[in-house]
Unconditional design. Structure first.
Ligand SMILES: Nc1ncnc2c1ncn2[C@@H]1O[C@H](COP(=O)(O)OP(=O)(O)O)[C@@H](O)[C@H]1O
Ligand SMILES: [Mg+2]
Lengths: 768, 256, 85, 85
């Protein structure tokens, strides 16, 4: 490319004058500004400044996270498409692929929970269907403040309705997720939504802009002034002003999304496109430049052709608008008319706004006059990155070294009984029925196991196969020890998937952290990513994509560092899938995995003693990997009647969950916790409520326990028979460490079921 | 039997009905595009669940004016077997093919879970495969499923035994607790006076495949098969080719 | 002469039809400490810009739209009002 | 003296905020042959019976309710009007 080939770029009359303040307002540092001047060879126009501001924001440019993300494993036999596309794709056999990705919409949801969550769902759906995949499931990972706070209840209610209404209308079931409540998320909730789609592998399409002269088309909703600078917004802390930043609020239109979905899949199926991409964060700017960057081409568009919703929009606004339900596509030239016809059939707007070029430039005209001309490669690929120094904060150091001796034992059986009830009533543990009954969980008739089980299980188009999915993370553990938290998120997600009988295959992830400019946050980010990478390697589950959401803080207080893992696995024979809860009276109860004296960071300390302290349970990689093998092979062999992962609340809570979750109503049980495999010197609290990793509650038909034992021996996983499942009207008789309790299963079920509805009773959907 | 499944742009249970008819029952099904005016000679018309045109105004309000609905209304009025599920029920009410209306659930929230349904009338072409009093477990998934009508209308519908399904608890009782949306008299589904048009909120098609572990809903489609074999209802007339072509290009109920 | 009129349609739940949305707002207001809110009805407000030959014509045409589409007479009442132009 | 006032709250989507409901109604009216419907905005109408010491007090108290609960100021505008008692 030579300078001679370039056109004259004209500033727009009335544009603000370039100044240091204006540059700073656009979130660019003086050094970044110098770098821009360097490769532009001139001062950018105001419109160009807007483009840089968006593309070099944390959200699009991954300034602070890219060097860390590079360390994650991204390759494996199942991976068809790794990071760098709209979504990752894995091969699930029989010629079928699964596209999946997770995305955050934290800041928009803090400002307007319903629309924020709805548009978050919309964005991730588009990422999946632009790969040529039909979305078959949504999972949502949600973190809020305490439900005792009216503000948290308002956010929680709005987000759940927003996620629900959007997916329900588009017709994609929401089949799983997680919901955690902790004051650390009080004013900065985390809303992460994962979407999964299926596609015949030969139909995979990418977000590429190839072929000089090929038409570039804008499709879907008209462009309005909403969400301008959303990407920059997502890269800043939330403060009082942010809450007042009205133009940034986008309203979702799930019906238009449904039209886009059907039309896009039809266009892809008929092979009419070269490339297609969602106009997500930073709208036209990021979709246009990223498509060109992937193919090493250029793109030349004229915003005069862009259908708009409001009068008098400037190129700056049109380039940065984040109006929802829009896509950018590059058509095969001979098919431009056919593309138009398909879109018309679906009552969608389509406008050809420009074409693909070979000069490597992102060129934007306004009625022919060039307003933007930026070389694509440095814009997209050379966004400055930062490697920072991290340090552990004093608060964390103090919390880690706290003496937990006082909480390790119980005064009486009554205290144990009360603790179990408190834990089942804790919103982070209690039944999520209140949430998922607002979601359509069964549309598309693929749902084999919906919400409520360890992993969602969906049948795949390939005969007899099923897909298992789970999202997991633990902010509290990650706060206390980032590397362990990162490992544990991956391992827990893998366990959940494996409990259903599926072989974990690959992950997507969402990194929700505070400002990386704080050394204590950077420490968390670096540690968590390191731990994630270690676990992904140990479990052979490469990372195929994800999302980074930084600057999650309010009033200088970062949220807990919260890496969320979305894990997929495949069950070869769906008849061999394993449910989570007890199945029938008389079944033997077994525990696999070792209980250690680990109560640090537990929900028990938090819910019963208001304490976040100690070291979180260690995650031994080899143990985690053998446990997964044990589960997958045991399930394939039909050795388990049920399998439930032991996590928040420990063994006692896991057993209670198995009891209250039985399909036809709660079942009692008799269990000796002391019989479970254990390390040395495990305290009473550790035995009952400690959260040691890599432990599973299993059941089998009476007399079939030897099969569990054999699988345990084969994989070096300690297993032991601990008790038996009782009938419907019986108590959960639990003994251990010198204590015995026998709360009726029905009573535990009532506590578990009512915890969230009781807190939400007066908050019905008022403003919609 | 050939089942015609109407596809509004926002329908999202169309494929589920298709699978219930083809995989569950082994019969044939075809989609009827909302902009078409040709029922293609089908024996049964199904208006599936979903959000026909977004349903931002009132569920089913706009769908009723779509080109295909003109044909569906003629077909149904002429005795053709017509089944409206969820959004389809809403459309049938808006089109005045069934009495009453469906308004927001009484708790103002979308609800999706299995409900208990009691078969109140096994003498319809939609329920002959069941016995009166049978208890079914079938999912609901709706935000606007509260059936309301004037008391006199309700009395008439009851007197004529046109209530086909009622929400009940595990013991088969039509209690308030078993009523998921506040529907008048726990009504989940009704037929018209002639008995050839059924609207119901629950989704029988979602429980029609054995792989999913419950086939309580398949009886609805099995009943239709029997009715068609018996020569009940009537077959739709395919439109003359010229008219069909014209209709395909006609303006839809919604266009940008 | 033809010009554009601003027309408001107020749609309210019919007397006797349950109004859970209104009822919920009333309860929530009570919980927030607002006393003396005797009843709340929640309806819809549709605001149209209609081209017509006069206020009367704008009103008549909007009323037809209501009958046909905007309101459902089984459950809703409506009132059409032409605002100052 | 305290008495009961009928108060109307009209809630409409803010300028510039996408209004899919209004847009859908507009298109549907067009397809039904209503010409000259230039724009449609879909809002809410909340009708309250409020006990207060005068029309002004009724209005002031309802405005507080709007801010706190009835409207969502981030995406909606609202107007409170006391109707003839
Ligand atoms: N935490 C992460 N780990 C690995 N890859 C990531 C992560 N976050 C983002 N990516 C990848 O970087 C690319 C750009 O992501 P993103 O900007 O979120 O996509 P979009 O343009 O759809 O918003 C995607 O392919 C995504 O998968
Ligand atoms: Mg995206």
């Amino acid at each position: 490319m030579t300078r001679a080939s370039l056109e004259r770029v004209e500033a727009r009359p009335g544009d603000p004058v370039m100044s240091a303040a204006l540059v700073a307002e656009h979130g660019l540092s003086p050094e970044e500004w110098e770098q821009i001047l360097g490769f532009m060879g001139r001062e950018p126009t105001f419109t160009e400044l807007g483009v840089f501001s968006a593309m070099w924001s944390e959200h699009c440019g991954y300034k602070n996270s890219r060097p860390l993300l590079r360390t994650l494993p991204t390759e494996g036999p199942a991976v068809v498409q790794g990071p760098g596309e709209n979504a990752g794709v894995i091969d699930v056999g029989g010629g079928w692929g699964v596209a999946f990705k997770i995305e955050s919409h934290n800041h928009p949801s803090a400002v307007e929970p319903y629309q924020g969550a709805a548009t978050g769902s919309g964005g991730i759906l588009r990422d999946v269907f632009t790969m040529g995949a039909r979305p078959i499931a949504i999972l949502d990972s949600l973190h809020f403040g305490s439900l005792d706070s009216p503000q948290s209840r308002y956010l929680f209610d709005g987000v759940v309705r927003g996620v629900g209404d959007y997916g329900n209308c588009v017709g994609v079931p929401t089949v799983g997720g997680e919901a955690i409540f902790d004051p650390a998320y009080e004013r900065n909730p985390l809303i992460n939504v994962m979407c999964i789609g299926v596609l015949p592998l030969e139909r995979l399409i990418r977000g590429e802009a190839e072929g000089v002269g090929n038409p570039v088309m804008a499709v879907g909703a008209r462009t309005g002034r909403d969400g301008i600078h959303g990407a920059t917004f997502a890269s800043e802390e939330l403060d009082e002003e942010a809450v007042d930043s009205r133009p940034q609020v986008q309203v979702g239109d799930p019906f238009t999304e449904k039209l886009l979905l059907e039309a896009s899949l039809e266009l892809i199926e008929r092979d009419l496109l070269v490339g297609i991409q969602d106009m997500g964060a930073a709208g036209l700017t990021s979709s246009g430049t990223e498509m060109a960057a992937r193919s090493g081409s250029g793109i030349d568009i004229d915003v005069a052709y862009l259908p708009v919703r409001e009068k008098g929009m400037t190129p700056y606004e049109m380039l940065l608008s984040e109006s929802q339900e829009r896509m950018l596509l590059v058509a095969k030239p001979e098919h431009e008319e056919a593309v138009r016809e398909v879109l018309e059939r679906w009552d969608l707007q389509a406008a050809t706004i420009g074409q693909v070029t070979d000069d490597g430039m992102f060129r934007v005209r306004e009625d022919g006059v060039v307003r933007v001309e930026i070389p694509v490669k440095p814009l997209v690929d050379d966004c400055p990155t930062y490697v920072r120094e991290g340090v552990m904060s004093l608060a964390v150091a103090e919390a880690r070294s706290a003496d937990l001796g006082a909480y390790a034992s119980f005064e009486s059986d009554g205290e144990v009984d009360a603790a179990l009830r408190t834990l089942l009533d804790a919103p982070s543990i209690a039944s999520r029925r209140w949430i998922y009954e607002q979601y359509d969980t069964t549309v598309q008739t693929n749902t084999l196991e919906g919400p409520g089980s360890d992993a969602a299980v969906l049948r795949l188009p390939a005969e007899g196969r099923a897909l298992a999915a789970s999202t997991d993370g633990n902010g509290r553990h990650t706060w206390l020890d980032p590397r362990t938290g990162g490992r544990a998120a991956v391992a827990e997600a893998a366990r959940n998937v494996a409990c259903s009988g599926a072989r974990p295959l690959a992950v997507t992830n969402c990194l929700n952290f505070g400002s990386p400019e704080r050394p204590e946050v950077y420490f968390q980010l670096a540690g968590a990513v390191e731990g994630m990478g270690e676990a992904c390697r140990a479990l052979r589950t490469p990372v195929t994509g994800g999302n980074v959401s930084l600057y999650n803080e309010t009033g200088g207080q970062p949220v807990y560092p919260t890496p969320v893992i979305g894990m997929l696995g495949v069950i070869e024979d769906l008849e061999r899938r394993v449910p989570s809860a007890f199945q029938r009276e008389g079944d033997e109860i077994w525990v696999a995995g070792v209980t250690r004296d680990e109560i640090g960071g537990s929900e028990y300390l938090a819910a019963c003693h208001g304490l976040v302290a100690g070291l979180p349970p260690a995650l031994e990689l080899r143990e985690a990997a053998s446990l997964v093998d044990f589960l997958v092979e045991g399930a394939a062999d039909g050795a388990f009647a049920s399998a439930h992962d032991c996590s928040d609340g420990g063994l006692a809570v896991a057993l209670a969950e198995c009891a209250v979750g039985a399909v036809d109503g709660p079942l009692g049980c008799t269990v000796d916790l002391d019989a479970a495999p254990a390390g040395a010197n495990v305290s009473a609290a550790g035995r009952w409520f400690g959260e040691s990793h890599s432990r599973i509650v299993l059941t089998c038909r009476p007399g079939e326990g030897e099969r569990i034992a054999a699988h345990g021996r084969r994989h070096g996983v300690p297993v032991a028979r601990v008790g038996v499942v009782n009938g419907p009207d019986s108590p959960c008789r639990l003994t251990g460490a010198g204590h015995a309790i026998a709360p009726p299963a029905a009573e535990l079920a009532r506590i578990y079921e009512e915890a969230i509805p009781r807190r939400m009773s007066e908050e019905a959907g008022i403003t919609s | 039997m050939k089942v015609g499944i109407v596809r509004f742009p926002g329908s999202n249970c169309d494929a589920d009905v298709y699978r219930a008819v083809t995989e569950g029952l082994g019969e044939s099904a075809t989609y009827l595009w909302h902009k078409s005016t040709d029922l293609e000679g089908v024996d049964v018309v199904v208006l599936p669940g979903g959000f026909s045109y977004g349903d931002y105004l009132r569920a089913g309000a706009i769908a009723r004016f779509s080109p295909i609905m003109g044909e569906v209304i003629d077909f149904a009025r002429g005795g053709g077997l017509t089944l409206g599920i969820c959004n389809g029920f809403q459309v049938l009410c808006e089109a005045h093919l069934l009495p009453g209306a469906l308004v927001r659930n009484r708790n103002l929230r979308f609800r999706c879970h299995d409900v208990g349904l009691r078969v109140e009338n096994a003498g319809t072409p939609f329920t002959s495969a069941y016995a009166e009093g049978d208890l079914l477990h079938i999912p609901i998934a709706h935000g606007e499923g509260q059936f309301v009508a004037e008391a006199s209308t309700l009395d008439e519908v009851e007197a004529e035994e046109r209530v086909v399904f009622r929400y009940v608890d595990r013991r088969g009782q039509a209690t308030d607790a078993a009523n998921p949306n506040g529907s008048a008299r726990n009504i989940a589904g009704i037929v018209n006076a002639e008995g050839n048009i059924l609207g119901l909120m629950p989704h029988p098609e979602r429980h029609s495949l054995s792989v999913l572990g419950n086939t309580d809903g398949l009886g609805v489609f099995r009943s239709l098969l029997a009715a068609v074999a018996d020569g009940r209802g009537r077959r739709s007339d395919p439109a003359p080719p010229a008219a069909a072509e014209f209709a395909a290009g006609a303006v839809a109920g919604v266009s940008s | 002469m033809s010009r554009v009129w601003s027309v408001d349609v107020r749609v309210t739940p019919r007397e006797g039809i349950l109004d859970p949305a209104g009822e919920t707002i009333r309860r929530a207001l009570g919980n927030l400490g607002y006393e003396g809110v005797h009843s709340v009805r929640a309806g819809r407000l549709i605001r149209l810009e209609v081209e017509a030959d006069g206020a009367e014509a704008a009103k008549a045409s909007t009323e037809k739209m209501c009958e046909q589409l905007i309101a459902n007479p089984i459950i809703e009442d409506y009132v059409v009002r032409v605002r100052e132009g």
